[in-house]
Design a protein around this ligand. Structure first.
Ligand code: G3I
Length: 328
């Protein structure tokens, strides 16, 4: 039936896959597979939501101060529109993939505030009305729940988070505003840190609508269904929605029956938890085709984290996901 159809029947809003614009796909030399890739991505009915993996990030959208360029982000945004997909927009304020001009100067607080406001105003303004959600602040936390020592935190402290959400809210009142991070899929100090961000914003009267659990998991050491349920509930009980925003489950290569079975369990647990907790509204995998995953470049020796192998057959985990979407 396709994962999106199953997801809808299970009460979710969508099942999606992130994708990159052709020039940026993770491995050169794969041009020959694009027709088949694009067919599955856009035409198969498996997905009904996408996120550009790179094109809306600061390094592409404001490469020089005050000079905006929406070309890369527009590639995926316009494909989404043509194909009637929902769009998650990613990511406004993040310590990574920043252009040098942002990090190379000792900004005063007033200057950095102006830079953040200007960036969000232009980027959110450009895609106004097209984004189901924006990842407004991405990865602001350390594993122990304290704030990451980014340029934004160094200069402004936690005020930058408030400023980012306040600005995004003004510019696009209809986009859902998310805090997005990894390792929020099971209880622990980082989840507490993210809950505190939600509370801080709500206390200040600033809109936050959701928490994105990136869900970059590891096949051989994955959380249980109950851990996922606890983590998701801990956010939805604060009155925000939850989405799995960048799901993938890497394994130690080569893929074999054992690690693919572990991967299947991992996918089944997390998608199953999302289905079981009201308030978890959708699932996006971080691309669907193994050769285009970010994993091998970042974790040498690991890979095959998605649902389609290099030869376009599906992983066992595809069926685990389908099962999780069926057993409501
Ligand atoms: O900008 C250059 C471009 O000029 C050049 O043509 C191209 C050719 O290889 O490389 C481009 O930069 C790469 C960029 O992706 C765009 O393709 C970077 O080297 C590469 O490091 C970058 O990786 C991205 C990564 O974020 C950066 O941190 C991955 O594609 C993307 O999947 C990954 O996504 C992140 C989420 O945004 C946040 N959560 C974690 C997730 C995985 O790291």
């Amino acid at each position: 039936k396709g994962l999106n159809t199953l997801a809808k029947q299970a009460g979710l809003k969508y099942f999606g896959s992130a994708t990159d614009s052709p020039g940026f796909r993770e491995r050169a030399g794969y041009e020959a597979v694009y027709p088949q890739y694009d067919q599955i991505m856009w035409k198969s009915g498996e997905f009904h939501m996408t996120t550009p993996t790179n094109g809306m990030k600061w390094v592409f959208t404001e490469p020089e101060r005050g000079v905006f360029n929406f070309t890369e982000g527009e590639i995926v945004a316009s494909l989404a529109k043509q194909n009637g997909f929902m769009l998650r927009c990613h990511a406004l304020v993040w310590h990574s993939q920043l252009p040098d001009w942002v990090t190379a100067t000792n900004w005063t607080a007033a200057e950095l505030r102006q830079i953040i406001v200007n960036h969000i105003t232009h980027v959110v303004g450009h895609w106004k009305g097209q984004c189901y959600a924006w990842d407004v602040v991405n990865e602001a936390l350390n594993e122990d729940g304290t704030y990451r020592d980014s340029i934004f935190y160094q200069v402004l402290g936690e005020e930058y988070i408030k400023l980012a959400f306040e600005t995004a809210s003004k510019i696009d009142p209809h986009a859902k505003l998310y805090y997005n991070d990894y390792n929020l899929e099971y209880p622990g100090p980082k989840v507490t840190g993210a809950q505190n961000i939600v509370k801080m914003l709500k206390t200040a009267g600033i809109r936050i609508d959701g928490v994105g659990l990136q869900s970059h998991l590891v096949a051989e050491s994955h959380p249980t269904l109950d851990q996922h349920i606890d983590a998701i509930r801990s956010f939805s009980s604060l009155g925000v929605e939850v989405a799995l925003t960048e799901l993938d489950v890497r394994l130690t290569l080569p893929a074999n029956a054992t690690n693919l079975a572990e991967q299947n369990d991992a996918y089944k647990n997390i998608v199953g938890a999302c289905v079981q907790v009201r308030g978890c509204i959708g699932v996006t995998i971080w691309d669907f085709y193994d050769p285009f995953s970010w994993v091998p470049a970042t974790f040498p020796g690991q890979g095959a984290p998605l649902l389609w192998f290099e030869n376009f057959t599906t992983h066992p985990a595809y069926h685990g996901v389908a099962e999780a979407l069926t057993n409501k």
